[in-house]
Design a protein around this ligand. Sequence first.
Ligand SMILES: Nc1ncnc2c1ncn2[C@@H]1O[C@H](COP(=O)(O)OP(=O)(O)O)[C@@H](O)[C@H]1O
Ligand SMILES: [Mg+2]
Length: 405
Amino acid sequence: GLDIPDELHERTMGELQGGQKVRVLLAQALFGNPQALLLDEPTNHLDLDSIHWLKTFLNRYEGVLIVISHDRHFLNGVCTHIADIDYQTIITYTGSYDDMVVAKTQIRSQIEGQNAQREKKIAQLNEFIARFSAGTRSSQVQSRRKEVERLQVTELAKSNIQRPFLKFEQKRPSGKHIMELEGVTKSYGNAPVIRNFTASITRGEKIALMGRNGAGKTTLLNALLANSPTVPEAELRKTSGYDGEFLTEGKVIWGHEAAVGYFAQDHKALIQPGMTVFEWLHQWDPAAAHEEIRGLLGQMLFPRDDAEKRTDVLSGGEAARLIFCKLMLQKPNILVLDEPTNHLDLESINALNIALQRYPGTVLLVTHDEDLIDEVATRIWHFEADHKITDFKGAYEEYQAGVPA
Ligand SMILES: Nc1ncnc2c1ncn2[C@@H]1O[C@H](COP(=O)(O)OP(=O)(O)O)[C@@H](O)[C@H]1O
Ligand SMILES: [Mg+2]
């Protein structure tokens, strides 16, 4: 009933793709008709088709669902209530994620207003205490001291959700023509992945590369980057783990003054162990002032002490945030991002969304995050099943509505 094809029934779990694996795990969870389902980040590493399938499935499910997810679009499409863990407590809001944000903003400004009043009161009392503690009004000072203690105890908790701040700038703009792709073709041995793709990219375009896992998105990016003037081949070998030819046939011609910043799908491969976070970042621009490096790290939620953290022990999310620091330091005029949201939480994905919308340069973005595609992309490259890529020069909404390109 979960659309797992017969021929897969005898395979081992390791052989299955992400979307198939989730279906099998769901089948297991659903065994015996449970009244409740608990899912911890079920959309991670799923492609959009599988996310859509899961959304439809969960909407039909009659029982209670508790789900953890960083995918705003998914949450909005599935949830009737949101439990927000913040201010050292959990508050449950009725409605979807977007409803929660609206309600929470109202509550937050109330709480912050109350906090501000308390702090003002404490400051006034403290001033009184300081002025008169040496004098004759000792009983009044005493009672005010008690009052301060009482206020401090009842002070409301502050929000502990941290928001990173992302801002991509270009050192200098590129020329108008970013890239010409002529008959780009790539096979691994006899297995074709991309067949004869021709396109040209103009400055300022934001292209979303969409398609199932294994469709060839990373393969295409490698073929483009292998010919780029700014991404070193050694870096590409490291992140792809591939030592063959990146391009089987065809041509990739980069335009004038193209400076590429690259976020690889396997971005952790680029962070060599044995140094501190600060040292790793500084190497990409040794001339940069220490304050700039620290500022960038702070912006991406590595406070002072974390700058000394070893690169060996970074989590997936920390590694991703560090790569973003590198991109902000390099200030490229073309951003090539391969599944950058896989390890990011919802706040960081929103920050990335806004930063990409505001970025004046050119973007090539692989993602399965529907809101990101919807809100950032001005052009869609859809990787189809027959190794062809559909090139749609318009937004995702128009593409879905079947508007002709
Ligand atoms: N180094 C490699 N050797 C052989 N096949 C590969 C290699 N890398 C990727 N492939 C195959 O190429 C196809 C496209 O992979 P990839 O570009 O990683 O897809 P996507 O990024 O869209 O998920 C897949 O079928 C994958 O198994
Ligand atoms: Mg990929």
